[in-house]
Write a protein that binds this ligand. Structure first.
Ligand code: HEC
Ligand code: HEC
Length: 397
């Protein structure tokens, strides 16, 4: 049995240090972005004695050449990457057996009341972890048991192990707690109870064997709702997508081209990094939607969880990894285009206010460097164990 160990620095340590700097970063960015000198957006004649170099002349005037090494130093401090190969929690060590079980459970539609929906229905691993089912309109909010609509957009499961909490409102502490939610959620997989899930799993001989191997110390209690969640979470801990940006963070200054570097600098200077920081380029704090300029939405975010006035319109800052492939955007899936999303963010979330179209494009160019490589073999759909004679039949009531 091979035990996977997280190769990166202890995640707990990394998070604690990141959380410690995050509020300072926010204050610094918000104050500095206000006073920051505006880079020229219109064409200006070159000043005497400052003849542009050939390389700079090839750029548009709004994009002066960026010093990759200097930017790398800043970026390392902000993003603390590159992304690890997997990120396991100390209390849920990964083994090949547990990962294999988690992968089967992730894909198994029998875990839903109608036996027609699995985790992969709403978080498709061959579509960057989002709900890309047809028809198109379905992507805004997911459809669960008996065609019922939820009220939030399905976020990607890729890189979710990097998040400090799970869900748009952070109501689950981690992936283990999260995995227990959708199976029993009446508008998602709609199973009636934990006991019903355990009974179903026990009726499938292949699962009894697989749980036994994944949890060898649990004896006859191996098949349990908690262990189901532990196995799914362990599988998800390996859903990392290393991108060109990670190569850059690892020290390869050539991994991003000039346009992408300019985009990263624009992302930083506009103030996006007040919130989208850390290895996930997000996922490390809650923030108010409409912090600088109110933004209209019905969803109160974290307020629904805590009832605290302060939490109105507070959401977990989402990861921006693979963002070019995870439209539509926001908690309600209301924004379809990435350009529009970036423009809204600048206007409503940063002191920079509305930014030029060129700057929006530049930021989008950088965001595309966050598109990673999906671990195709790791996420390949496994063969599922056959139902036994006592396995319940689909129930569409
Ligand atoms: C019917 C569609 C649907 C199904 C089935 C479903 N999910 Fe989700 N999932 C969602 C939606 C919608 C959200 C966001 C809900 C919220 O934040 O209130 C979500 C949130 C998540 C998150 C949090 C990600 C983040 O960025 O906070 C994870 C992880 C996740 N789901 C994993 C799973 C797993 C594992 C399963 C199977 C056990 C599953 N989901 C089944 C729709 C679904
Ligand atoms: C004050 C914090 C804050 C700042 C600054 C900020 N964002 Fe956001 N961003 C958020 C929050 C919170 C959300 C989620 C809001 C929601 O879904 O209701 C979000 C959502 C997004 C999304 C959609 C993600 C998804 O999966 O739906 C993108 C893209 C984005 N931000 C990019 C940017 C860019 C680019 C900038 C800089 C121009 C920026 N953000 C600045 C807090 C911030």
């Amino acid at each position: 049995m091979r035990t996977y160990r997280n190769r990166a620095v202890s995640p707990r340590f990394r998070w604690r240090s990141l959380m410690a700097v995050a509020p300072i970063t926010l204050a610094m960015v918000l104050s500095s972005a206000c006073t920051q000198e505006k880079p020229a957006e219109t064409e200006e004649p070159p000043k005497a004695g400052k003849t542009p170099t050939a390389a700079a002349a090839a750029q548009t005037p709004a994009q002066p050449a960026v010093d990759a090494a200097e930017l790398l130093t800043r970026a390392k401090g902000l993003f603390q990457g590159p992304v690890p190969e997997r990120l396991d929690a100390p209390n849920n060590p990964a083994t090949e057996e547990k990962i294999a079980l988690g992968r089967m459970l992730y894909y198994d539609k029998r875990l839903s009341k109608g036996q027609d929906i699995s985790c992969n229905s709403c978080h498709m691993l061959d579509s960057f972890g989002i709900d890309a089912r047809e028809p198109e309109g379905q992507r805004q909010v997911s459809i669960g048991h008996k065609g019922q609509k939820g009220d939030r957009n399905s976020p990607t499961v890729y890189n979710s192990a990097l998040h400090f909490r799970q869900f748009w409102d952070g109501r689950a502490a981690d992936l283990v707690e999260q995995a227990k939610g959708p199976v029993l959620n009446p508008v998602e997989m709609a199973m009636p109870s934990e006991e019903a899930v355990v009974e179903l799993l026990k009726s499938i001989p292949g699962y009894v064997e697989a749980f036994g191997k994944a949890f060898p110390d649990a004896g006859k209690d191996a098949v349990s709702y908690d262990n189901m969640a532990l196995a799914i979470a362990v599988f998800e801990n390996g859903l990392m997508t290393p991108s060109p940006f990670d190569k850059f963070l690892a020290g390869d200054t050539g991994a991003l081209n000039q346009q992408q570097l300019v985009g990263l600098k624009t992302f930083i200077d506009t103030g996006c990094i007040a919130c989208h920081v850390g290895p996930g380029v997000g996922g490390s704090m809650y923030q108010k939607l409409g912090l600088i300029k109110p933004y209209e939405t019905k969803d109160m975010g974290r307020f629904a969880v805590t009832q605290a006035e302060f939490d109105k319109f507070m959401f977990k800052v989402p990861t921006l990894r693979n963002i070019e492939h995870t439209a539509p955007y926001l908690h309600d899936g209301s924004i379809e285009s990435l350009e529009e999303m970036v423009s809204i963010m600048a206007e409503h979330q940063t002191p920079s206010g509305k930014i030029s179209e060129d700057k929006v494009k530049s930021i989008v160019t950088f965001l595309k460097a966050l598109t990673g490589t999906v671990p195709t073999e790791y996420v390949a759909e496994p063969e599922l164990p056959e139902s036994g004679p006592k396995t319940p039949k689909p129930d569409m009531t």
